[in-house]
Design a binder for this molecule. Structure first.
Ligand code: ADP
Ligand code: ZN
Length: 445
């Protein structure tokens, strides 16, 4: 007997990814329809949005086509902080079934809320994301994102469950146990931050487990920037295909965008999250293909709709179309956000550039720390990089050669000199969630 005996066998089955393939004209129509309702809905229910519209002389009926979105005000993280905790909610508490909050490493966390429909929508997006990674019923996913207020754990969990995967809700931490479970349960997929997965690779090695011998075949990694160099390292070491998943608490959590098998940009589920790229200085919309700040409008969220929310992430929309056949647009992978840019001796530098530089040298491990100091009014950049233990037994001249190669490779990319220090394996701090690789001591000296 078919195990799905409760399903009506005559009803047409709509694949979860169907909206990804919707003709663009139809998609734009749907977006416009949703945008109009959203603006009216939010205007009626969220005071801050209404006030900002009134200041600009904007009324909901002024939205006549998609480009008119540019007349609406933008919002930032400080708006969420200023209205903490519930000031941007658009529904009464009786309709809200879940809160999440961002880490809040600087001051108060930001709080977001979901109705039942919001949770369904979030799950739909995570399902579409996992389906794009080639996952489905029969796969076992070890979900090592943190469970709790952080959106990663529960967000991935629900989508994976609804898609029919077998979920191992292990959360982050206790790496030894993670490896034991991964092996014993035969996980075919794993989800966590890329930096935590690096840590798991090391933990496996320490237990004499070669991940390449396990059934693991897919990694779903996100919540922090990671480079293609890092991807190559991960895929080689673990024998898997690594996919980049993108999301942010303010918009829903993971599942705003996902790489397809082309691994050339992330598809945005734009029937729910309308993307724009703005010039971060002037806030003017930029055409597809130009780099700027990524801004989202949640077209279907109820409890806490976001209109033109500035992510601070830098990206580019396009190119279009994608070989995989999806018609929803792609963004370039996020390798930088406006607020993690370091200005060193007047040069703008992103940590991902340093990562790309050091990882293109054979012998450098993907564990590194960036320390910025100021001596005699001059910025100094130090990069600490782990190298394999056996390298330390090489001749001093060989070690020095490796150090110089890494320094040179970083210099080629960022155009300023960094002092490179080689470190023993496992000597730099590890994280169970998002990695913290930069220590900027300039303000404190
Ligand atoms: P916080 O803003 O406190 O870090 P979030 O968990 O909401 O809390 O983090 C969202 C941010 O994480 C995004 O705006 C982005 O900068 C980063 N991020 C999430 N996924 C990715 C990804 N796949 N690649 C690069 N950065 C990512
Ligand atoms: Zn694609």
């Amino acid at each position: 007997m078919n195990s799905n005996y409760w399903n009506d066998q005559n009803s047409p089955v709509m694949p979860v990814s169907a909206p990804d393939f919707m003709p663009q004209e139809q998609l734009r129509e749907l977006q416009l329809h949703r945008l109009k309702s959203l603006v009216k809905y939010t205007y009626d229910r969220v005071e801050l949005f209404r006030n900002r519209c009134v200041e600009r002389g904007v009324r909901p009926e002024h939205i006549k086509n998609l480009e008119d979105i540019a007349i609406l005000p933008t919002f930032t993280k400080s708006d969420l902080r200023d209205t903490y905790p519930f000031g941007l909610f658009a529904t009464p508490m009786s309709e809200i079934v879940r809160f999440h909050a961002s880490s809040g490493t600087t001051g108060k966390p930001i709080v977001v809320a979901y109705t039942k429909d919001d949770l369904r929508l979030w799950s739909e997006c995570v399902q579409r994301a996992l389906a794009a990674c080639g996952l489905g019923a029969g796969d076992i996913i070890q979900n090592a994102y943190g469970y709790g207020l952080f959106t990663g754990g529960l967000g991935l969990h629900q989508g994976a469950t609804d898609l029919g995967l077998t979920v191992v809700p292990v959360s982050g931490g206790n790496s030894e146990r993670q490896i034991m479970l991964m092996r014993d349960f035969g996980a075919t997929a794993v989800s966590c931050t890329p930096s935590y997965f690096l840590h798991l690779i090391d933990a496996a090695k320490a237990q004499g487990v070669d991940m390449r011998d396990l059934p693991l075949r897919v990694g779903v990694f996100g919540a922090e920037p990671w480079t293609d160099e890092m991807r190559r390292h991960i895929e080689e070491e673990a024998g898997i295909e690594a996919f980049d998943i993108y999301g942010l608490t303010e918009i829903c959590g993971p599942g705003v965008g996902i790489e397809c098998k082309e691994h050339h940009g992330l598809h945005i589920f734009e029937d729910h999250f309308y993307p724009e790229i703005l010039d971060p200085e002037t806030l003017e919309p930029l055409p597809d293909g130009e780099e700027g700040e990524l801004v989202f409008t949640t077209l279907t969220k109820q409890a806490m709709p976001m209109i033109r929310y500035r992510t601070r992430d830098l990206s580019v929309i396009g190119p279009d179309p994608c070989e995989c056949g999806r018609r929803i647009r792609r963004i370039r992978r996020i390798h930088a956000r406006t607020d993690d840019m370091l200005i060193i001796r007047g040069v703008n530098i992103f940590p991902s550039q340093i990562e790309a530089g050091l990882l293109s040298v054979d012998g450098a491990l993907p564990h590194y720390a960036i320390i910025v100091t100021r001596e005699n009014n001059l910025d100094k950049l130090e990069v600490q990089v782990e190298i394999p233990r056996e390298k330390f037994s090489d001749k001093i001249s060989e070690i020095e050669k490796l150090r110089a190669q890494i320094a040179e490779s970083i210099h080629r990319i960022i155009n300023i000199a960094a002092t490179v220090t080689l470190a023993e394996p496992n000597s730099l701090p590890r994280s169970e969630g998002k990695a913290r690789r930069v220590t900027d001591l300039r303000g404190r000296q």
